[in-house]
Write a protein that binds this ligand. Structure first.
Ligand SMILES: CC(C)(COP(=O)(O)OP(=O)(O)OC[C@H]1O[C@@H](n2cnc3c(N)ncnc32)[C@H](O)[C@@H]1OP(=O)(O)O)[C@@H](O)C(=O)NCCC(=O)NCCS
Length: 163
């Protein structure tokens, strides 16, 4: 079975409360990553309809601070799939509630692995690419996937050499 990108795309908005910020009134980076992983996993569940785990998070750069009381906009969608993995792009921006000004905060790629009831990697639906933008994102995702797997291989090798 194949699925469209739009079938698992998620938009979400969250207001930043005092418990989400440090003493300067800025949103904790870790809290934002938690929200990103949450929305990314919802997309992965909707695409696969299986148990999923977060396999990796690509580089994360925070480009603009998010302040107490701002609205955080999160947008999550599948860009690339392999037999059992989904690369999910998560775009984050913030909105100043009084001025209405918006700023881009980050864009990151999370990879989720679908698992069967025995905890083994399971086959997921592949993507139906409906337009040029989705095809471009898929091609870019394929390149990132190769780089990610090489990095994973290197990390495993270096960990094994410590043991
Ligand atoms: C991710 C995990 C399931 C992979 O297990 P594994 O035994 O290496 O799985 P496999 O070798 O069968 O790989 C399955 C697929 O995932 C990919 N993969 C494996 N580890 C990956 C990782 N860390 N990041 C991205 N992709 C990964 C493989 O390339 C393979 O892709 P395919 O669809 O092309 O076949 C396992 O390492 C794990 O459980 N990690 C912990 C996850 C976790 O706890 N996350 C945080 C809390 S949710």
């Amino acid at each position: 079975m194949e699925k469209k990108v739009s079938e698992s795309e998620v938009h979400s908005e969250i207001i930043v409360l005092p418990a989400d910020t440090n003493m300067f009134g800025d949103l904790y980076g870790g809290r934002l990553v938690e929200w990103m992983d949450n929305i990314g996993s919802i997309t992965a569940f909707k695409h696969s309809r299986m148990k999923v785990v977060t396999g990796s998070i690509d580089n994360l750069f925070f480009l603009s601070p998010i302040k107490l009381g701002y609205i955080v906009h999160l947008h999550s969608f599948v860009t690339f799939t392999t037999r059992s993995t989904m690369e999910i792009e998560i775009d984050v921006s913030s909105e100043n509630v009084t001025s209405g000004t918006t700023s881009v905060t980050t864009r990151a790629f999370f990879t989720y692995v679908a698992l069967d009831e025995n905890g083994h990697a399971a086959e997921i639906p592949q993507l139906i690419l409906e337009n040029e933008a989705e095809k471009q994102k898929f091609n870019d995702g394929e390149i990132r996937s190769e780089q990610r797997l090489q990095l994973l291989k290197n990390i495993k090798k270096s960990i094994n050499s410590i043991d």
